[in-house]
Design a protein around this ligand. Structure first.
Ligand code: ATP
Ligand code: MG
Length: 512
């Protein structure tokens, strides 16, 4: 009798493992439940947001409605590490399981080696959570034997291989599976349908040169600026770029899906290896583009990681946003402040931008803008930003004869792009767009006659040093599309015509 009384006075500790989303990653979190004699009540500590604090009510109701018992004692749940801000409702299931283990309704060692995530309904059903791909990746990296997930998240979590998934639909099922009284259901295989938006370059008419520029941009992953009067198909062309881009490699595809799953963008449970395509409106704030804020969020550059960032009406974006972009295009990551520390978010994007040649949009002879207006309009895009853009392609109104001519289909072009990419990978291990001066010198196999032509243009003053490098990168891609080992004079010539009227580095001479 005395022994039993003593035992009932002891405090009992149980632990479960879960994950908290920290910007783009899932970080392991240890949930400790301490049940000790005292006034009945449940206290949650460990820097949780409102949703985490409300877990108290959800967990209490779910346990009661599942026919289990919440001990009439003092219960403290702590989530470690204490400094990490915890957000969302995914802590319900690990909290409930830790409490049940601390109150003798589940053996504490049944929680060893298992990661648990799930929101609980008041009735005790396990509801889906966000960021499941990131969570599954973190569980794999933490070496957990099993990961218990809500059934509705199972397909998406199954995109990550090498994680033993345990999908559950209710709290009762979770406890029975953990205790070994019920067999775990198998995780649903991911739906492998390849999603397709149906956009094809064959819809475009009379824009052979612009389509060619798009093909080169896709092949070398060059940043591209389309400049032309309204209604010539700039937006139409840019939106069709993903249809000719190579599919992502499995690790990059998983990375893109992880970002989508944490930010809640895109479809869940579908294996999607298309490069992301993001087209934010020009009224977007600099933080919307770059990321940051409180709580810290990924910006459009990160959502477009491994894919394309399309900025339509380029000149209308805020100057601060465009200047921030200039740094990002070089670094390929963003450093954002987050609670006194900083986080690095990936932002390896291909920039495609579109703009009119002047405020009235017509350009050339029909333009009605004043010199000052044109100057102001073009100065919005600074020289250094323009310097990151290898291809500046004019998209002109097609002639009457060319107007109805259909472009080559996306499938045909995609095949050529893929071959050109493979040549680049075999030769230098990266795309031509990221070849620096040394890469161009050592790897690009520029023929001596091409060099001589460049020198001549340089001497004439028509090409600057940085302009020359841009032309060389594009010429390398032109040669790769043709399957040529060396960049000869003709490839260089074609690269130069791609920027025929745009060969100056000054924004004021964007389009003649
Ligand atoms: N080259 C083209 N081939 C086929 N359709 C075209 C072409 N150009 C324009 N169109 C048609 O006109 C519409 C508008 O084109 P789009 O929005 O691409 O023009 P834009 O160059 O982006 O114009 P703006 O400068 O005003 O943004 C398209 O949806 C398409 O139906
Ligand atoms: Mg447009």
């Amino acid at each position: 009798m005395r022994r039993k009384r003593l035992r009932s006075l002891r405090s009992v500790l149980a632990r479960s493992t879960t994950f908290s989303l920290d910007v783009l990653d899932a970080v392991p979190v240890r949930v400790e439940a301490d049940v000790r004699p005292g006034l009945p009540g449940l206290t949650l500590v460990g820097l949780g947001d409102t949703a985490v604090r409300e877990a108290r009510e959800r967990v209490s109701s779910a346990i009661a409605n599942a026919g289990l018992k919440l001990p009439q004692r003092r219960m403290v749940v702590h989530m470690a590490p204490a400094w990490l801000r915890k957000r969302g409702s995914s802590f319900d299931l690990p909290i409930a399981c830790a409490l049940l283990a601390a109150s003798g309704q589940l053996a504490p060692d049944h929680l060893d080696g298992v990661g648990l995530v799930g929101e609980l309904s008041l009735a005790g059903e396990v509801r889906p959570v966000s960021g499941i791909v990131a969570i599954a990746l973190a569980a794999r990296d933490a070496g957990l034997e099993r990961l218990m997930v809500p059934v509705d998240n199972a397909a998406q979590a199954a995109l990550v291989e090498d994680v033993d998934l345990v999908p559950v639909a209710t709290l009762v099922e979770a406890i029975e599976v953990l205790a070994g009284r019920r067999a775990a259901r198998s995780a649903a295989a991911p739906v492998c349908d390849r999603v397709d938006d149906g956009l094809d370059l064959a819809d475009v008419r009379g824009q052979d040169d612009a389509v060619r520029a798009l093909e080169i941009a896709a092949a070398g992953r060059h940043n591209l600026l389309l400049v032309g009067p309204p209604g010539t198909g700039k937006t139409m062309l840019a939106r069709r770029l993903p249809s000719i881009l190579p599919r992502l490699e499995p690790t990059a595809a998983l990375d893109a899906m992880r970002i989508r799953s944490v930010t809640g963008v895109g479809q869940a449970g579908v294996f999607d290896d298309r490069p992301p395509f993001r087209a934010p409106h020009h009224t977007i704030t600099p933080i919307g583009i770059v990321g940051g804020g409180v709580p810290p969020r990924a910006g459009e550059v990160t959502l477009a990681h491994h894919g394309v960032l399309f900025l339509d009406e380029f000149g209308e974006f805020s100057r601060i946003a465009l200047e921030a972009l200039r740094q990002l295009l070089e670094d390929r990551f963003v450093a954002i402040a987050r609670g006194g520390r900083s986080a690095l978010l990936p932002s390896d994007v291909q920039l495609v931008a579109a703009m009119n040649p002047c405020p009235c949009g017509r350009g050339g002879l029909q333009c009605r803008c004043s010199e000052a207006d044109i100057e102001r309009y073009r100065r919005r895009i600074s020289g250094p930003l323009l310097d990151r853009i290898d291809l500046l392609a004019p998209v002109m109104r097609p002639d009457v004869e060319a107007k109805d001519k259909r472009s080559r289909s996306s499938a045909t072009i995609a095949e050529r792009v893929l071959e050109a990419r493979e040549r680049q990978r075999a030769r230098q291990g990266c795309v031509n767009a990221v070849l620096n001066d040394r890469g161009l010198r050592d790897k690009a196999a520029i023929s001596s006659e091409a060099h001589a032509l460049l020198d001549e243009l340089y001497a004439r003053g028509t090409l600057s040093m940085r302009g020359a490098h841009r032309v060389l990168r594009v010429a390398r891609t032109v040669a790769d599309l043709d399957g040529d080992a060396a960049v000869d004079k003709s490839a260089l010539g074609r690269a130069l015509t791609m920027r025929q009227d745009l060969s100056s580095d000054e924004p004021s001479e964007l389009v003649a």
